[in-house]
Design a protein around this ligand. Structure first.
Ligand SMILES: Nc1ncnc2c1ncn2[C@@H]1O[C@H](COP(=O)(O)OP(=O)(O)OP(=O)(O)O)[C@@H](O)[C@H]1O
Ligand SMILES: [Mg+2]
Length: 324
């Protein structure tokens, strides 16, 4: 809570991640608009990023909600109180891609910190310092996997990796052009097409945050009157996520091992298809550390050692074993 007054129900959600381009501005703007649409407002937005992406998006908007509060970080404590007194129920703060004392200062005002993370090794590697700065202040943290490729194994693996550091939101935002396109003229995916799959994801993600924030407020009466806790299993488990082919927009399965430049430790990275070996091509040289002496023993397989039964079946290489 940001105010001593028990009647004051204003909550502050800070979007932070030192990784540039992880989706802080996109997800925070979408959550603000969706919260307002779902009746959790009035919502105020604060942009603490000197780049001002959120401010530019808001300036391009025709709608007046959510409100945009022009606030500088040194005045944050005082201005959050002013906003709370003015009746704002939710304050959403976008931050620059860094881990600095300024961001630490912003996080001190958070009721909840959201860390959007793309399913990529670079994003995962960068997550540590952001988590540290949040945990040092004992603030609740939720990761949102953003910009995921449909049915890609790396999405689930990212969620598992992130879960070692904190809670992962059960809703993943997928990579779709409308997330970027809708923000050009100051809108969101839901404002461009309410029936789109992106809009559905945004609405479901907000319902998750709404539930968390409500439970954090500890308003027992409200919890009693609230519908039963959503389990989100139908949002996580779909025929597509279970591997069933669908005929819609979903992309080919993304496999990291098929990506250009991928290599196992100690291997040279591959940057494209290698031509198939020709008939007279020399066999590949053995790795320098192997004991291979150049003889292919499969050709000189003469059977079992002396005294042992030959269990090979010349004409029955496969098939069921006959039971005695
Ligand atoms: N789910 C998504 N699908 C497609 N594009 C996305 C998605 N999320 C974000 N983007 C795009 O990725 C880019 C970076 O997103 P955004 O600006 O929200 O990240 P950020 O974390 O705020 O970046 P910065 O750290 O620079 O402030 C933007 O061009 C945005 O439109
Ligand atoms: Mg940003």
């Amino acid at each position: 809570m940001t105010e001593e007054d028990p009647n004051n129900r204003c909550q502050v959600v800070v979007f932070a991640s030192q990784k540039g381009g992880s989706g802080k501005t996109t997800v925070s703007a979408h959550m603000a608009v969706e919260a307002e649409r779902a009746g959790a407002g009035p919502v105020a937005l604060i942009d603490t990023d000197p780049q001002g992406s959120m401010a530019k998006w808001w300036n391009a908007r025709s709608s007046d909600t959510p409100a945009f509060a022009q606030i500088s970080v040194p005045d944050l404590a005082r201005d959050i109180k002013v906003l709370a007194k003015a009746g704002y129920r939710l304050i959403i703060i976008d931050t620059p891609p860094a881990v600095t004392s300024t961001i630490a200062e912003v996080i001190t005002h958070a009721d909840l910190v959201v860390v959007p993370t793309r399913p990529s090794p670079h994003d995962l590697r960068a997550v540590g310092p952001t988590v540290d700065i949040v945990q040092m202040q004992g603030k609740p943290l939720v990761f949102v996997v953003n910009s995921a490729t449909a049915r890609a194994r790396i999405t689930g693996e990212t969620a598992v990796a992130l879960s070692q550091h904190g809670t992962v939101a059960p809703i993943t935002l997928h990579h779709r052009v409308d997330f970027a396109a809708s923000m050009i003229d100051g809108r969101t995916v839901g404002e461009v097409n309410e029936a789109s799959r992106s809009a559905e994801e945004v609405a479901t993600l907000w319902r998750y945050f709404e539930d968390r924030l409500m439970r954090m407020r500890g308003d027992k009466l409200e919890i009693m009157g609230h519908p039963p806790r959503r389990t989100f299993e139908q949002d996580i488990l779909t025929p597509a996520s279970a591997g069933m082919a669908t005929s819609d927009e979903d992309d080919e399965e993304f496999r990291i091992e098929n990506q250009p430049g991928y290599a196992l430790p100690g291997q040279a990275p591959s940057f494209g298809a290698t031509p198939p070996p020709t008939a007279d091509a020399a066999p590949p040289p053995p790795p320098s550390n192997s004991n291979w002496d150049g003889i292919d023993r499969r050709k000189s397989d003469m059977g079992p050692p002396k005294g042992q039964a030959d269990r090979r079946r010349a004409h029955q290489p496969f098939g069921r074993r006959h039971m005695a």
